[in-house]
Write a protein that binds this ligand. Sequence first.
Ligand code: ADP
Length: 599
Amino acid sequence: MDKKPKKKQGITRLMELAGTKKIELTAACTLSVLSSVCKIVPYFTIYEILKKLIQSYAAGGGLAFAEVKTLVILTAVSAVLYGIFAYTSAMLSHGAAFDILYELRMKLMEKMGRISSGYYTSNTQGAIKKLLIEDVEQIEIFIAHSMCEVAAAIATPLLTIIVLFLVDWRLTLVSLLPILCSFVILGMALKKPDGAKHQQNMADAKSKMEGTIVEYIHGMSVIKIFCGTKNAFKRFETDMNAFTKSVHDTAYYNANGMGLYYAFFGAQVLFLLPAAIIMLNHAASYTEVLPKILFFLVICAGLKEPLENMMNVSIDSTKINVGLQRIDDLLAEPEIMLSGDGKALHQFDIAFDGVSFAYPGSGTKACNGVSLSLPKGSCNALVGPSGGGKSTIAQLLLHFYEVDAGTIRIGGVNINEVTHSELVKHIAYVFQDSFVFHDTIENNIRMGNAAATFDEVKAAAKAANIHETIEALPDGYQTIVADNTGLSGGEKQRIAIARAMLKNAPIIVLDEATAYADAENEAKIQEAFSRLSKGKTVLMIAHRLKTIQNADNILVMNEGRLEAAGTHEELMQSCVLYRDMVTANERRDAWSLRKGDVE
Ligand code: ADP
């Protein structure tokens, strides 16, 4: 196998991700460097003015404005130019950052549509949320702010040091001495053997804690009912304690090194003062040395900030590396959907040939050597005990997972040779838990076909038996579907059926809801289902057998195998499992009836 090329990191990798925005970013960084040049100029002009002032007063005269006019103008011009350069640089970098952010999120979302659904089970929702929101945001912040600061953070201290050397090399060396010491101390601290391990532990503990928080928020209603909050939060508490411990450990581990580093880093005056006294004692002329000492005392206090910026920027760039790595890991996930050219689907019969599949990390096959064929326009029902593999068959047809063995063909074309968009164009899937988005009802239905007119949306809603219910809502089709809209599960499912109606796909996959709220809802849904299914190749996961007795073909799944297939009558004769299930269903229906009678 080919060895994977080594992935770039930090700013080099960011520049790759920046794509077409590279030019804007380069211009922003250049302007940022120019702005730091302008920032240094006033220090130099102030020194010159100071020198003239001290010298002229020492000579017994005053200082005329004409003597410093050029220096004053230079100071003012550099201040104005600083503003212009810094503003333009920030505008360019922010614009580029938001564009890159948008493109990166779109790239990740598209990628997520092409990878195996196994990715979502092995990664908690919290980690995916963190990747799409925080990691990408961190990159935006880095590009918008830190990237230009990198250029400025390097240019400003360098230019300052050059200016310092031009004024007095001895005082420059004295001012740089504590900084040099602090860098050596920092280098030694960072080189300590377990430093990276502590940082990694802290990042892992934080990510785990955030994942747990998101999970608990999502599952709060279940937790309240089944676990009681105290027990349920045990894991959250454990994760939080682990995070606190990792922060403490890291802090203690770094305390000595970082303390010394900060003590030396800001100690210029402590080093400068004795040196200044020695220089003054040995100076031939006070007026030569005094302006230099004053200049160094002023500027050295300002030297700390750009140097600190340089440090922060290097810390920021290591921070984004972790996020960049997670983004790259997702982008490197193997794709199960073709992203380039694929074959077109023209016929809509479905064939599974020796299909086997086990969920990632699971030892048992959820689908074991299944071969089946669903003729075009036929209505097929998947039945069987819970865990038999019915939903797995539907998910494999939708290419949510890659099969381990065998092939799945639609109209003779292997679904591996079909792009994601081509596949989903021809399949409508009505889930058991119909997902409605936080949007208007009209837009929820229109998802089936973005180009549909409002009349077409209404026609689909009518065919799905949901039009009257929608019209009865105060805002009708413009009602925002939210938790408090008051739509029942059955009504939401009819909205999902309307969406599928509008899509008018030749293949329909239906996951029949196990419990309709009431008989009226059930009848309306059944009616909508049969309208939706007319003339289509239908694969229906049936949980209740009385609804599928007229199906063209009933497939009995048990422990991942296709145990039998045929019409209701055929299976009643030939399949013991099917017969038992029908009897059990009839008994359950009869029991419900008696219970109703009593009530
Ligand atoms: P059915 O729809 O007939 O109830 P499924 O297709 O959902 O059955 O499940 C078949 C088998 O695969 C079961 O043993 C189930 O536990 C397992 N399974 C289903 N979904 C997953 C998953 N996401 N990860 C791991 N195992 C799964």
